[in-house]
Design a protein around this ligand. Structure first.
Ligand code: URA
Length: 189
């Protein structure tokens, strides 16, 4: 696969693995995180560190699903060194891979985790704390933004409750419930 040999940005120089994605490519549900951390870079799989453990737990508790039933990907497929944020040119280089993944999986619901994926896919600078709590149209899919599990690990009870509520909202839409979508413009104003 082309992405596994990708040299389109500087992250290729420091990565151990290309963390392309995992799960069921025919799933109705897709998660999009930010980028691999140290553990993901070691194993070549998304969300296998502390954040991933929390994501797994909340998926089971709030959605009754295990990760194998969803597809999980990231905005950037290679680890930004020292856990820094991905840079705009790195995100732009990697974007075609994510867009192709979304096109192939064609999920009913996309859950974005944290700022980077929500801002990229909704094409906005509005932050996740404002965006979350609502659903948005993304092509034929419905996008449900939630907090990044790393932020929930840092943020405690209120953040955890918000992420749980977002997962419940997403689950209802995956199960065929009506999605009351709004536009980003509606919340930005
Ligand atoms: N954080 C992310 O955004 N993605 C991962 O795969 C792991 C941690």
């Amino acid at each position: 696969m082309q992405a596994l040999r990708c040299t389109k940005c500087r992250l290729c120089e420091t990565r151990n693995s290309v963390v392309f994605g995992m799960g069921d490519p025919r799933s109705d549900l897709m998660f999009v995180g930010e980028g691999p951390g140290a553990e993901e870079d070691r194993q070549g799989l998304p969300f296998v560190g502390r954040s991933g453990k929390l994501l797994d737990r909340l998926m089971v508790e709030e959605m009754g699903l295990t990760r194998e039933t969803a597809f999980i990907a990231n905005v950037v497929k290679c680890r930004p060194p020292d856990n820094r944020d991905p840079k705009p040119d790195e995100i732009e280089s990697c974007r075609p891979y994510l867009e192709e993944q979304i096109r192939i999986v064609d999920p009913r619901v996309i859950i974005t985790l944290g700022n980077f994926s929500a801002r990229l896919l909704l094409d906005t600078k509005v932050g996740i704390t404002k965006l979350r709590g609502h659903a948005y149209d993304y092509g034929d899919s419905v996008l449900v933004p939630t907090l990044h599990p790393a932020a929930v690990l840092r943020g405690g009870g209120a953040a955890m409750a918000n992420m749980r509520a977002d997962l419940v909202r997403a689950k209802m839409i995956v199960s065929g419930g009506h999605a009351d979508t709004i536009t980003v413009e509606a919340i930005a104003s």
